[in-house]
Design a protein around this ligand. Structure first.
Ligand code: ATP
Length: 291
């Protein structure tokens, strides 16, 4: 079985809009130990079964699209049965679909004995979505372009609290609401990348998301979740990606658990998580617990 981790964006800066319609961004992406579980079994066709009713199980599912894209790129004819145990909230700004796609690429690279290096999987990954190349590696990374150009960053493990308001946000809609006044120049992202080795207080002081204001206008829960995290003792708090999940930075995992207990309420789902300094996709024995 594969475990594939979610991400948060410690910064997200929109630098401008490109001629091809995509936005140019600069972001520090960070894998966190909240993970979907994926199994891959030999089959004649491409099939997917999911524990979640919120994700499509047909050709729109990013995990299934990853299998189809790799099969095509490798010129193979076999299928695979994908089992998806969805634990990362959907359309949450945590990159769950991209994480699943990366796990399928890495898992099938083994199952189908392709032995492709990561650089070769990158092209297939980027064709599926801008965040997928990040999840092939994990840890922390500076991502630029559409988010598909990834440079690994060295950092220390951090304790975070994630708060999700149990409703989805559309990434496309949030980008559509951006105006040039919300663009920035990448300074915040470079500063965060430097502070990553310097511990939670420095990271908390450098958090920045250029989409948070627009998302907060649509979803007033976002500033409320952020305020609740800060009131409970978080060193800093920020919306992840295009939202609506908000995360807080804690001094320690123990403090993250205390903050989680204070912030959790019926309509908000909360997790105390650690950031991962290693791979986002890990092969684990069936039945392994945690995360
Ligand atoms: P992004 O910022 O990349 O949009 P996100 O975390 O906000 O990421 P996802 O959870 O990846 O959002 O889901 C975005 C959309 O993709 C949803 O509308 C969902 O139905 C669809 N989707 C397709 N496959 C998957 C999958 N395997 N897991 C989650 N969502 C999927």
């Amino acid at each position: 079985m594969l475990r594939t981790a979610a991400k948060v964006n410690l910064t997200l800066e929109v630098l401008g809009k490109r001629a091809d319609g995509y936005h140019e961004i600069a972001t520090v992406m960070q894998a966190v130990d909240l993970s979907d579980r994926i199994t891959l079994d030999d089959a004649d066709d491409l099939e997917l079964r999911s524990t979640s009713v919120e994700v499509p199980t047909d050709g729109r599912n990013l995990a299934l699209r990853a299998a189809a894209a790799l099969r095509e790129a490798a010129g193979l004819g076999q299928g695979v049965r994908i089992g998806l145990d969805k634990r990362i909230p959907v359309a949450a700004g945590l990159g769950g679909g991209s994480a699943d796609a990366a796990a399928v690429l890495l898992g099938l690279n083994r199952l189908w004995s392709l032995r492709w290096p990561l650089e070769r999987l990158d092209d297939v990954a980027a064709s599926l979505g801008s965040d997928v190349p990040f999840f092939l590696r994990g840890g922390a990374a500076l991502a630029t372009g559409r988010g598909e150009k990834v440079e690994p960053l060295q950092g220390r493990s951090l304790a975070l609290v994630l708060v999700n308001p149990r409703f989805p946000a559309s990434t496309a809609e949030m980008y559509g609401r951006l105006t040039p006044a919300m663009y920035s120049d990448g300074t915040a992202t470079r500063a965060l990348a430097r502070s990553l080795r310097r511990g939670p207080a420095r990271v908390a002081a450098s958090l920045y998301n250029g989409m948070e204001a627009v998302a907060s206008g649509v979803f007033p829960q976002i500033p409320r979740m952020r305020a609740a995290l800060l009131a409970a003792g978080a060193l800093g708090a920020l919306m992840s990606g295009s939202g609506p999940t908000v995360f807080g930075v804690a001094r320690s995992h123990e403090q993250a658990r205390q903050i989680r207990a204070r912030v959790a309420r019926g309509s908000w789902e909360c997790w105390a998580v650690r950031t991962l300094t290693g791979p986002a996709v890990r092969l684990v024995a069936n039945g392994a617990r945690r995360g």
